[in-house]
Write a protein that binds this ligand. Structure first.
Ligand SMILES: [Zn+2]
Length: 474
């Protein structure tokens, strides 16, 4: 198969951007990249003219099971979220609900050009739940195994957990990998030590929510570092509310951050940290976190990341009474984080993350001939970040297989996913009862304190008061 005449963002430093470029894929690998590539006669051609061809995007942190309640938490804070899943309702979810959320989330991911997803799956109450999480998920998949209702030093020790790894993960190659997902509370006794040892024994990377205001902090990082558990494969999700000392420890041990800017700005883990991570030379990957609140496409994640980073640079400069004259973070860098940055975080950058001959063919064609937004195409990186959206994803290829073409998903049973999700919604609603369901979705509003206005006694205010008197008298 050959993609013809695209603006190719290879994200390979030695190849750069190629206008009018072709990409030849044979079986599941990228074979040639360049202009007017000579192809076998049998090659099927995809006309990519007017479009942008880029590597498949990599999401390094997505709680897929929560997609079953898409949008439910739109007005939540992090406290509302913790109350909902950790304290009150996480326990009601069944294995089939994990299946439903994961199925819809995985379809949604490939539809928007995310070809590799880390499923930060902390709803796995038993291994039966984990089996359900792995059913029917299109795309390249990393199961970050977690259980928010249990202690990681306990569930990682269960014999059926080791059996699950042997049964479902070992030998699956680069289409299915696994991480251990748990948070480090900062308890000086460091009970998480046993879980880190299990991760080391099974050679599994650890992914952990780090620097989450009010939940995890510098103590967790220090304990991990002092016990030798910070490695280049460790992923620090959010990595927001942390001291320079913690950032130094992450940078020195080669760890990667997973930044969910839309999440951090809404939930309150801390300010999206790329402006700090860049200074500390900590490699960045992007993620969307959860569809129970936010948009599950990396176009939104890239945009939110760039917005937050630039916003912070301006704010910091204004505090010093200065003006930012040159943008620090560039669109190209953010597109790189969404692709190669994710692949590097997962230790998969020799396999995916750029359009490089020899790598596996995970590709996204952004092209929409019906859209007024697809031309002129002057700054392709900026076009991806600020102009394009998930509706412009024309073709998606995972491991050499076309999973979406001409804006249509192939071999996907959306009706089946819809049925499964509806069953979960009905079940959750029935379990919670109408009142709890409504209250959980519509948390009480914070009070707005009006600022006293010295200009109250204006003519307008007098008129309003007079009007009110007239109304009261009548
Ligand atoms: Zn998360």
């Amino acid at each position: 198969m050959v993609f013809r005449n695209a603006t190719v963002l290879t994200i390979d430093p030695s190849l750069g951007m190629i206008e009018g470029g072709d990409v030849l894929v044979v079986d599941n690998r990228i074979v040639a990249v360049g202009r007017k590539v000579v192809v076998p006669e049998s090659a099927v051609e995809i006309d990519a003219s007017g479009g942008i061809l880029m590597p498949g995007m990599v999401d390094t942190h997505r709680h897929m099971w929560q997609t079953a309640l898409r949008g439910f938490g739109a007005d939540w804070t992090l406290t509302n979220y913790f109350m909902f899943y950790y304290i009150n309702w996480g326990k009601i979810f069944r294995a089939e609900d994990i299946y439903a959320g994961n199925l819809l989330a995985a379809i949604e991911a490939v539809d928007s050009g995310v070809t590799t997803t880390v499923d930060w799956s902390h709803g796995l109450q038993t291994v039966e739940y984990a089996d359900a999480a792995l059913e029917a998920v299109p795309g390249r998949f990393v199961l970050a195994y977690g259980n928010l209702l249990g202690a990681p030093w306990q569930w990682t020790k269960a014999p059926e957990f080791a059996d699950f790894i042997r049964r479902r993960i070992d030998g699956r190659g680069d289409m299915l990998r696994m991480q251990l997902a748990f948070d480090v509370t900062g308890d000086p006794a460091f009970p998480e030590k046993a879980a880190f040892e299990v991760a080391r024994d099974f050679n599994l990377p650890v992914t952990t929510h780090a620097g989450v205001w009010g939940a995890t902090n510098d103590n967790g990082i220090r304990l991990m570092h002092e016990h030798g558990f910070m490695t280049p494969s460790t992923i620090y999700v959010h990595a927001t509310t942390l001291s320079d000392d913690s950032y130094h420890r992450i940078a020195a041990t080669g760890g990667h951050a997973s930044v969910s800017a839309e999440s951090e700005q809404n939930a309150g883990q801390g300010y999206p940290p790329t402006w700090m991570l860049r200074r500390h030379n900590i490699p960045v990957s992007l993620s969307m976190d959860t569809s129970v609140w936010w948009s599950a496409d990396l176009f939104s994640a890239m945009r939110a990341t760039l917005n937050a980073d630039r916003s912070r640079e301006h704010m910091e400069a204004h505090k010093r009474n200065e003006t930012v004259m040159l943008s620090h973070l560039r669109a190209e860098q953010v597109v790189t984080w969404a692709t190669l940055g994710g692949a590097q975080a997962l230790g998969m950058d020799s396999i995916i993350g750029s359009i490089t001959p020899g790598k596996k063919a995970d590709l996204v064609l952004i092209k929409n001939d019906q859209s007024p937004v697809m031309f002129p195409l002057l700054h392709p990186y900026g076009h991806v970040v600020f102009q394009a959206g998930r509706g412009d994803v024309h073709t998606v290829m995972v491991d050499g297989k076309v999973v979406k073409h001409d804006h249509h998903l192939l071999d996907v049973d959306l009706a089946k996913a819809r049925q499964a999700v509806l069953r979960t919604v009905e079940y959750a609603q029935a379990q919670m009862g109408e009142q709890a369901w409504t209250q959980a979705m519509n948390p009480e509003k914070a009070l707005v304190e009006l600022i006293e206005n010295p200009y109250t006694y204006t003519e307008r205010e007098r008129d309003k008061a007079a009007q009110k008197r007239v109304e009261q008298e009548s």
